[in-house]
Design a protein around this ligand. Structure first.
Ligand SMILES: Nc1ncnc2c1ncn2[C@@H]1O[C@H](COP(=O)(O)OP(=O)(O)OP(=O)(O)O)[C@@H](O)[C@H]1O
Length: 586
């Protein structure tokens, strides 16, 4: 019942389809119930007449053939539309989950790892689809078919024998109640363990080079074995409940058979029913075996679907700050593309805010405060500071992936943002596909132009398959600098007004870096802005304005030359970088 509430929106959306499916199943069941009655009357007719006249048999045979054809057509119709709807629900849930994930900020992915999300997209979505596919069949067979059979038995053959059939049914009801809760908790446990198991595999695959480098394959194997043992145990616990429940339904069916055969023989002997009627009764009892088993399947399919739908809903409802409906733009002055005012920011406050309410600033965990940042068209701006001072966090605030009360962000209504994360975020596929990710309609010429602006085209020309070279998982076939430039090319192709680069030039040599900065200025054409988080101080003379973040210091937001005169620490870092790197010429 809980499952029906959970997917009520889908059934409502396709209510006419479900009503037609339901009627077709009922009609098919009725068609399949008539033959035993025809056979019973034929047997009694033959028994009375003592001779077989084939002409008398034809009408009954013709009716049987017509019923068989109708049953076939009706079954085809409802199966086609029922499983079609289940696949549609599957697709709809996948789209909802995927687009929800795409809108969510970083902390969401700390609560839901990618492996667990894949588990939701795969086995949970599949269990829900089974619920609206096979679940409907089991429901109709369990309730509709058994009710129809009982009505025919009671009205056409013997109400007394029909009551006898029903005697063992309370055992079925009691066992459903007893095993129901056990089944639910076992299913939840096994899905939870499956999520952890996927997570374990994903972490191992992603970190395989580190595992080999530290020669800790043994420990990794042990962890895997442990996780697998937990998963197997959870599945065995679930199978144990199923194994206890399913024979109960078979025993109830066998009990009904035994009782009706015993009582039926007495009724024939007392001439209360004919031999043909007892034969028909037995044929109908055969029809009841499957519906009784269907109770068992219905129960486990719906429990599984309900547990999975609950897990999917937990992900879809994890949006307490309203990112899913957030409007990304707030109008501001024409030339200012983006503006950010941060009263205070700490990840701790952010996480608390996600749970229930906005918390007061926690001084110990404070990352930065009093930041007033704004970028105009045609500017390159930089965010610098020592490691872990919060450069990436600030870029993510500019991106809008974190929303806190102490942070005000406004974006030009027509502006859009391209973001190059520190890890480049490359996808398995070719170089061409990775560059075109943000602009799938881009022509090959445009893709080549973006690669050229990102100083990547010469590297690509050296590859045997050129733009069709596979980058491998997370770009494993490319060097660090190639990955960074590929990610930049992808961002440039989107022609976004604001380009956010998170330490995206760290793996480049000075000559390439210099060329790339020159190309970026051409690409900006006085109308776009580039905001660069960097720990390379030798790049900073290219920036129009620099935000300097330092722990326990108020942020400074000045030009390069102003910072050189006003801040000793900045001056030292710049001189050191220029001396060791040789500096990048403006
Ligand atoms: N999602 C998060 N949740 C909690 N803490 C975080 C999160 N992201 C970053 N931090 C913490 O915030 C601090 C600043 O991290 P951030 O990545 O913003 O610094 P950064 O200046 O970009 O560092 P780096 O120069 O090493 O790239 C770090 O101490 C980090 O551990």
């Amino acid at each position: 019942m809980e499952f029906i509430n959970q997917i009520g929106w889908f059934i409502k959306l396709h209510q006419w389809r479900y009503i037609s499916i339901f009627m077709a199943i009922v009609a098919a069941s009725v068609c399949s119930l008539i033959p035993p009655l025809l056979i019973a009357s034929l047997v009694d007719q033959l028994a009375k007449s003592q001779s077989v006249n084939l002409v008398d048999l034809w009408p009954t045979l013709a009716q049987l053939v017509a019923l068989a054809i109708s049953t076939y057509l009706l079954r085809f119709f409802w199966r086609y539309y029922l499983f079609g709807s289940a696949l549609e629900l599957e697709r709809s849930l996948m789209v909802q989950l995927y687009s929800h994930c795409c809108r969510m900020p970083g902390p969401f992915f700390q609560r839901h790892s990618s492996a667990k999300l894949l588990n939701h997209l795969n086995s949970d979505v599949n269990a829900v689809s089974q619920g609206v596919g096979n679940g409907v069949i089991f429901f109709v067979d369990a309730f509709v078919m058994s009710s129809l059979v009982l009505v025919v038995l009671a009205t056409q053959i013997s109400w007394l024998l029909t009551l006898v059939v029903l005697l063992p049914l309370p055992i079925l009801a009691l066992s459903i109640k007893r095993y129901g809760q056990q089944m639910q908790s076992r299913l939840e446990q096994s899905q939870y363990q499956l999520g952890l198991f996927y997570q374990q595999i994903q972490q191992t695959v992603n970190g395989i080079s580190v595992i080999k480098g530290h020669a800790c394959q043994g420990a990794s194997q042990q962890q895997f074995d442990h996780q697998l043992a937990q998963l197997t145990q959870a599945n065995i616990d679930q199978a144990r409940v199923e194994a206890k429940y399913e024979p109960t339904t078979a025993m109830v069916a066998a009990g009904s058979f035994f009782l009706t055969l015993s009582v039926g023989s007495v009724l024939v002997a007392q001439q209360q029913i004919t031999l043909g009627e007892l034969l028909a009764f037995n044929l109908y009892l055969g029809y009841l075996i499957w519906p009784m088993n269907a109770f068992g399947f219905l129960f486990s399919t719906l429990t599984m679907a309900s547990v999975s739908m609950k897990r999917i809903d937990q992900v879809l409802n994890d949006d307490q700050l309203g990112y899913a409906s957030q409007s990304p733009t707030v109008p501001t002055q024409q030339t200012t593309l983006i503006k950010l005012d941060v009263e205070y920011f700490s990840h701790h406050n952010h996480q608390v805010a996600n749970e229930d309410s906005f918390a007061e600033p926690d001084q110990a965990a404070l990352l930065f405060k009093d930041v007033h940042f704004s970028a105009q068209r045609g500017q390159i701006q930089a965010i610098v500071g020592p490691v872990a001072c919060g450069k990436s966090s600030l870029l993510r605030l500019l991106l809008g992936s974190s929303m806190i009360e102490s942070v005000q962000r406004s974006l030009h209504p027509d502006a859009n943002i391209a973001y190059v994360p520190q890890d480049c975020a490359l996808f398995t596929g070719t170089i061409r596909e990775n560059i075109a990710l943000g602009a799938p309609d881009a022509s090959f010429e445009q893709i080549k132009n973006a690669a050229s602006l990102a100083c990547l085209s010469k590297d690509i020309d050296t590859f045997e398959l050129g733009y069709d070279t596979q980058v491998g998982e997370h770009g494993s076939q490319l060097s660090g600098g190639q990955k960074q430039r590929l990610a930049i090319a992808r961002a440039l192709l989107t022609q976004a007004d604001i380009l956010l680069l998170d330490d995206s030039l760290s793996a480049l040599d000075n000559a390439t870096c210099s060329q790339l900065l020159f190309n970026l200025k051409c690409w900006m054409a006085g109308t776009k802005t580039v905001i660069l988080a960097s720990s390379r101080f030798d790049l900073l003379n290219h920036a129009d304005k620099i935000l300097l973040l330092r722990p326990e210091h108020l942020p400074l937001y000045l030009t390069h030359s102003e910072l050189l005169t006003r801040d000793n620490w900045y001056q030292q870092q710049y001189q050191h970088a220029s001396a060791t790197e040789g500096g990048i010429k403006p």
